[in-house]
Design a protein around this ligand. Sequence first.
Ligand code: SAH
Length: 351
Amino acid sequence: METAIIPPAMKDIRKLSLADLEAFFISVNERPFRARQVYEWLWKKSARDFDQMTNLSKHLRDLLKQNFVINPIKVDRLQRSADGTIKNAVRLHDGLIVESVLIPTPKRITACVSSQVGCSLDCTFCATARLKRMRNLSADEIYDQVVVIRNQAEEYFNRPLTNIVFMGMGEPLLNYNNVLAAIEKITSPKGLNMAPRRITLSTVGIAKMIKKLADDEVKFNLAISLHDAINETRSKLMPINQTNPLDDLAEALKYWYRKTKRKVTYEYVVWEGINDNAVHVEALVKFCKHIPCKVNLIEYNPIDGGIYRQASAAAIKLYQETLQHHGIVARIRKSRGQDIDAACGQLANKI
Ligand code: SAH
């Protein structure tokens, strides 16, 4: 009975819940409170090695080493932009690489983290879309990206990490459970204890998963990569729109707002000859009437072999002024880290 619950040798310890850890300690005739100590080392103090767990005896540390591994991510390559942005290529335990970015501004230090290795969504303007989706990241791999950037914020800027955005590689709502588990570790007092309102999840807008977020009563912010509010154009830009059209998205957003009473942010790039005229502006204004929202007009970041060009400043201004005229907050967002391919949509493991 007792031995049956000892996990197989060399199991990744961060896959265990607190209750699993307690069961382990009981199974080896140790006191269950040890589980809380280990859990705290793993998720609050971000231990990378069992020998860091100094309030455990050598015997207990050896016991853990015999049964478990910790699989931390490793920064393989760090690049710094002229504007201070840091891009990390991080190596996962199986050798795959994802990228995460530290974005400094006078008021904030933001971590932009990845949720999948590669992406399956084929958005035509995004460099990550060219990488095949290899696998989902685990909760600990997402958590580790935040810890790496939190440490870099202290080391390079002598400031704390203030915000986290899920705007790196991958589609977070296609890795729902692991993303939510990571956010739990990041926000829990037993973990990094960061406020959920400092976290933003960005999605292409998968309707049924947005409803699930609402049902799960999440407390973090939601951003939608909208880019166009006319189905025909949006489907060309983002093929996901063919099976997940704007009406479904709008319905899910209304559900979200009814349940959470929280605004959403729409991310929107204006491209020359694609959506840079009044018809598209009017469609966006109409879409913005569905629920309270704000719009971030983001700069297009050129990608290798890209077929799009950023629209003129006048076209972007037309969007901003028209939205503001209708009482919708619209900000023009400058890109960061373009020179090292660290900006939105440029993450592609380029060496
Ligand atoms: N899959 C999620 C998370 C990625 S976030 C999502 O799509 O929201 C990355 C953001 O950068 C998205 O808003 C995406 O639409 C945007 N983006 C992609 N390629 C871009 C590019 N070349 N220039 C500017 N923004 C881009």
